[in-house]
Structures are given as structure tokens and as C-alpha cells.
Ligand binder design. Structure first.
Ligand code: PSV
Ligand code: MN
Length: 409
């Protein structure tokens, strides 16, 4: 470490020691944080108005893994990659897994896709047509087979199912069909596998969505059993929703399984993580770290089992550096959340000291954690600034040979 970083770190350590925070412990926890990146975050994507084609975008799932490996090599934090089927369908999943492993990666969550075929226009597992429901459920089951072949442990489910008009479909009947499909899929899981159920309040359905909020996903997961949990996509709530409250509630119920991190200003905008409301991200991590220190072992275990995933879509920004930026932003907010003195917070809460409790949270958020991040990366032999290291390297120019017109999503 250069002397400037050395001095900054020494000062940081002293400051934290005075506050009763063990920086060695904080750094160990920060190093342990692993973030899964999505294969579709390396492909071309856009809005419903236009998918802009970019130079060097991966042409197939194998090349997506190569890009994901670069993000992992520079950050040391992203050893697994979520896949979406059929976007990432390959003839030989065993070979695909080996390819990932040769790059130092594992296959993370498998995401079935039951929203992009014409058959699914009026619903997949909730369609009034039993043939379409069967087809959709068969795809979910096929994805469980993909999990077996790739070594994946999480089946990550999001349904676009919903309606556009009052009376268009029978809401309760669709609820039952959805649960039947989930149950059949749940029954096919091996004991070490989980089903993560994602919700979203609208889009593409503009009147009702079958799994619209955390309560519906939670209810579905509860009916299924312990291997089913809820996945919180930070962009899937109405404006003003207190996401960290949902996180705390699900943690306490043993039902928080994972995240899709991204940022939003208006709808499900899928922007770079931490680019719009970093305080929300910090507060989410604060709830998780609070649960990690809970006296109840079940709550601690739930927190330890969370799958941290990024789900973002790059309409205008270059994919690999955008992913690196998201990872860095997550690490920054996690590091800040680690600086909350939980004893100080509990003490202020116990005394009903409103301002004292708020201060215990906010002051950690306001701290500069760059010396800590630099030290954490140095210790692992990583570049102190992964983003700059990527921009200084030649990967971008090397992948230009792929040309324009790679995979969408
Ligand atoms: C839906 O908006 C979603 O968040 C789901 O996770 C999908 O699988 C993903 O985006 C990719 O489109
Ligand atoms: Mn998502």
C-alpha cells in the first residue's frame, strides 16, 4: 500500500477503535461478501423503445461467462453467475459448467423464463388454457434438471403473469394454478436446493399481477415449505415503499432468500446498483447485519443464507464497467453498514432516544470507507480501484473482435 493509503487506513482504524469497532473483523466480513452477477447483464438490452447494439457484446453464454470472470478477477467478489433459460440454453450444460469452472466461476441461480413466448401472452402458469399451464410448468421442471447439471442451488422464479383489465381473468383461480405449478416444481427440488420467489407490483401487467408484492410471495413460499423463500428485487416496489422494513420482516420469518439489486428512480428501471438511492441500500444491509447478530439462531442462519444478486439492464452504459461499478457500490454500502455500532443503537433504542438512535445509523453512513476498501483489496492482491484497472486494461479492445450484434439479454 502506498504511504497515502497507509496513513488514511491508520487514521480510519484509530477512529473506529475509539468507537468500539474492530476493523479487522469488519474487513473480514467485507471480504466474505459475495455478489452474483447475471449473465443477462453482459448481453445487449434496452427499453421497450430500443435495444442498442454494442461492440464486443458476448455472442453466446460461454462468452458471457468470460466477461463475468473479468468482473470477478478485478473485484474478487463475484464468483458465481446467474443464468436465464432459454437465454442461456446450451446443448451441453456439463460442458458449460466446466467452462465456468475453468474461469474460476460457478453457476448460480437458474432463472426460468416463462414470459417470452407467444403462448404466454395471457399468462404462463396462470393461463386459463391447461396446455399452456402444462408447458410452463414443464419448463420450470426442466430448469430443475439444469440445476442438477450445472450444480446450481437456487431456482429463481419471476412470473410476468398478470392482466390488463378488470374482469379479464379470475384472480383467485389463477392464484390456485400458480400454487399448483409451484408445488409441482418444489416437489422436484433436491434437499439442498431452494426456490426463490420474486414479486413485482406491475409490468407487463398493468391491472393486476399474480405475484404483486412480498406478502403474496411470502404466502406462496409458506404454503410450499422451508426450501421456498422470497426474493426481493429492489426495483419492484411502489414509490416510497420501505424496502428495508420488508427485509427485516422476512428475515425474522426465516423467509428472505435473496436479492436482485439494482436502482430505480421511477419504475423497474434496472439501473446501476447504488446509483440513485445508496442510503436505501445501506439501510437494507443494516437490517441484515442486525439480523446476523440476533440471539435467535434461525434469524442468523436466514441472514447467512441470503443470495446477493445483481439484476440490472444496461441500455446505454458499457456492460462490464457498469457491473464493476455496481459491485463497488454494494461493497461501499455494506462496509458502511458494518460500521454501525449495534450496541450504541440498541442502547439508544432502549432509552427511546430518537435522535441518538438515528444518529447511530446516519453517522456510519457518513463515514469515508475508502481506506477500508483499499486495504481489503490490497490484502487479496486486487486492484485498489477495480473500475480504473478495467479501464486501463485491454479487455475492452480485445473483445471488439466479437463485433456488433451479440446476445440480447
Ligand atoms: C423482472 O423484471 C426481473 O426482475 C426478473 O428477475 C427477470 O428474471 C429479470 O428481471 C430479467 O428480465
Ligand atoms: Mn429481478
Amino acid at each position: 500500500m502506498n504511504s497515502w493509503n497507509d496513513r488514511a487506513y491508520a487514521l480510519f482504524e484509530e477512529q473506529q477503535r475509539d468507537r468500539g469497532i474492530d476493523v479487522g473483523e469488519v474487513q473480514r466480513k467485507l471480504t466474505a461478501l459475495k455478489i452474483e452477477t447475471p449473465s443477462w447483464g453482459y448481453g445487449d438490452s434496452g427499453t421497450r423503445f430500443k435495444v442498442f447494439k454494442k461492440l464486443g457484446v458476448p455472442r453466446n453464454p460461454f462468452e458471457k461467462m468470460e466477461d463475468a470472470a473479468v468482473v470477478h478477477r478485478l473485484t474478487g467478489a463475484c464468483p458465481s453467475v446467474a443464468i436465464h433459460i432459454p437465454w442461456d440454453h446450451v446443448d451441453d450444460f456439463g460442458a458449460f459448467r466446466k467452462h465456468a469452472e475453468s474461469l474460476g466461476l460457478t453457476i448460480g441461480a437458474v432463472n426460468p423464463n416463462v414470459f417470452q413466448e407467444d403462448d404466454y401472452m395471457l399468462g404462463s402458469v396462470t393461463n386459463a388454457d391447461p396446455r399452456i399451464r402444462r408447458k410452463a410448468t414443464d419448463h420450470l421442471l426442466a430448469c430443475v434438471d439444469v440445476m442438477k447439471e450445472t450444480g446450481s442451488k437456487d431456482l429463481s422464479l419471476w412470473f410476468a403473469d398478470g392482466t390488463n383489465y378488470p374482469g379479464q381473468a379470475h384472480i383467485r383461480r389463477r392464484k390456485h394454478w400458480l400454487q399448483e405449478a409451484l408445488q409441482e416444481t418444489y416437489d422436484a427440488l433436491l434437499p439442498h436446493m431452494r426456490m426463490l420467489i420474486e414479486y413485482k407490483f406491475y409490468e407487463p401487467g398493468f391491472y393486476h399481477t399474480d405475484l404483486a408484492d412480498w406478502g403474496m410471495a411470502f404466502t406462496a413460499a409458506n404454503h410450499l415449505g422451508p426450501q421456498a423463500q422470497v426474493l426481493v428485487d429492489t426495483g419492484h416496489h411502489a414509490q416510497g415503499t420501505n424496502v428495508e422494513h420488508i427485509v427485516a420482516y422476512l428475515l425474522d420469518e426465516g423467509k428472505l432468500g435473496g436479492f436482485h439489486f439494482n436502482s430505480r428512480k421511477y419504475g423497474d428501471d434496472d439501473l446501476i446498483v447504488g446509483s440513485i438511492n445508496p442510503y436505501e441500500l445501506f439501510l437494507i444491509f443494516q437490517q441484515i447485519l442486525d439480523a446476523s447478530a440476533d440471539s435467535d439462531e434461525g434469524v442468523r442462519q436466514t441472514a447467512a443464507g441470503i443470495a446477493y444478486m445483481i439484476d440490472q439492464s444496461h441500455a446505454i452504459e458499457p456492460k462490464i464497467p457498469a457491473m464493476i461499478r455496481s459491485v463497488q457500490n454494494i461493497q461501499t454500502q455494506y462496509a458502511k453498514a458494518l460500521l454501525v455500532n449495534l450496541e450504541e443503537l440498541a442502547d439508544a433504542q432502549g432509552r427511546n432516544d430518537v435522535l441518538g438512535a438515528e444518529n447511530a445509523i446516519r453517522k456510519a453512513y457518513e463515514m469515508d470507507v475508502s481506506p477500508l476498501l483499499a486495504s481489503m483489496r490490497e490484502e487479496q492482491g486486487l486492484p485498489v480501484d477495480p473500475m480504473q484497472a478495467y479501464l486501463d486494461g485491454d479487455y475492452e479492445s480485445r473483445i471488439a473482435v466479437r463485433g456488433i450484434g451479440g446476445s440480447s439479454w
